[in-house]
Design a protein around this ligand. Structure first.
Ligand code: FAD
Ligand code: FES
Length: 329
């Protein structure tokens, strides 16, 4: 039997039970969202005992060294004692922008009280006052003075609903992070890039793209944005402006409910396709070998594209992805 202690509560874990679930059974509710290792909302720190390596996957080296791990996927083999609070990881931020990019997408500007040391395309967890924590990806360039997030408003959503309907400029939220690996890696300026995302999955790719162009990336850059309807292509104008200024960039809008075939877009290097994002990716990059690939958005679409691109010749080590897993609540 493994015991996990936090403050004056000691939870004895049932066989195969996670630290998150074991503590909840003993009345200690830790923040959580996806419960699958993707969002890092459930980050906790062991002050005694060794966390299981599987629960530290994807964490920054500095966090791993300090004993941080993800409570939702930790099934420890030895007793652990957890720190009670980790306020030093939290950064207060002020809401500076709230406007609509599309009927169901809100642009959220945030000014953190101190630098997060983030890269565009990574994600942060956002906690409104008294609310749960959710992960959102960074759409602004790494050197932008403020963070920009693109949040799809989900009816009844605890955090997206608050941001879309009740938050006001000047409100405060708490940020944690950054986390994730969907950022531009300098040093391979000739390598072709494929950036494919659905819905607000275009947000981290837009941030990454701005960094790549600013750093002088010279290889072909293929952006594919998937949406259900045409109005979901909320960055069309901004992407067309970038395509007009950068000959190495081409932009493809994949509209699931769109007219079959391929029509011209807002610039000569932009096009609008009817069909799934996976079919458009297969058409515009039939041979992905040699590409560096970033995939974001709907979890099942991301998983399907990763598999298809690997089978078509892409190296798994060249594919990075953030699946926007919903909360498991
Ligand atoms: C790494 C990562 C990065 C992310 N980046 C972004 C981002 O940049 N932009 C963004 O908009 N979201 C992003 N998400 C998703 C985000 O974290 C939240 O899950 C989402 O905003 C819903 O949270 P909520 O509190 O509003 O809804 P909740 O209160 O968690 O859910 C309310 C209800 O809606 C359902 N629901 C939740 N999500 C969806 C969905 N996508 N479709 C249909 N039903 C749903 C829930 O099951 C529940 O029944 C990201 C997720 C991860 C893991
Ligand atoms: S990583 Fe644990 S709840 Fe998302």
């Amino acid at each position: 039997m493994v015991a996990v202690r936090r403050g004056d509560v000691t939870a004895t874990l049932a066989a195969g039970e996670s630290v998150l679930d074991g503590l909840a059974r003993h009345g200690v509710t830790l923040p959580s969202s996806c419960r699958a290792g993707a969002c890092q909302s459930c980050l906790v720190r062991a002050v005694a005992g060794t966390p299981p390596p599987a629960a530290q996957q994807g964490l920054r080296e500095g966090l791993r060294r300090q004993g941080y791990f993800l409570a939702c996927c930790a099934r420890p083999q030895e007793d652990l004692e957890l720190a009670e609070g980790d306020a030093d990881l939290d950064v207060e931020a002020t809401v500076t922008v709230l406007d609509r990019l599309a009927p169901d997408v809100v642009r959220v500007g945030l000014r953190p009280a101190r630098s997060l040391g983030h890269r565009a395309g990574q994600f942060v967890t956002v906690t409104p006052p008294g609310g749960p924590s959710r992960a959102y990806s960074i759409a602004s360039a790494s050197d932008a003075p403020e963070l920009e997030l693109h949040v799809r408003a989900i009816p009844g959503g605890a955090v997206s609903g608050w941001l879309a309907e009740r938050a006001r400029v000047g409100d405060r939220v708490t940020l944690r992070g950054p986390a994730g690996e969907c950022f531009y890696v300098a040093g391979r300026a000739e390598q072709p890039l494929l950036l494919a995302g659905t819905g607000t999955g275009i947000a981290p790719l837009f941030g990454l793209l701005q960094d790549a162009l600013r750093e002088g990336h010279r290889g072909r850059i293929v952006v594919v944005h998937g949406s259900v309807a045409r109005e979901g292509q909320y960055l069309e104008t901004s992407l067309a402006a970038l395509a007009a200024a950068h000959a190495q960039l081409e932009v493809h809008h994949a509209v699931l409910q769109g007219e079959p075939g391929c029509a011209p877009g807002a610039h000569a290097r932009c096009s609008v396709w009817g069909g799934s994002i996976a079919s458009v990716v297969a058409s515009v990059v039939p041979s992905p070998k040699g590409f560096n690939i970033t995939l974001c958005g709907d979890p099942s679409v991301v998983a399907g594209m990763r598999r298809a691109l690997f089978l078509a010749g892409a190296a798994l080590t060249e594919i990075r992805a953030d699946a926007f897993l919903p909360s498991a609540a």
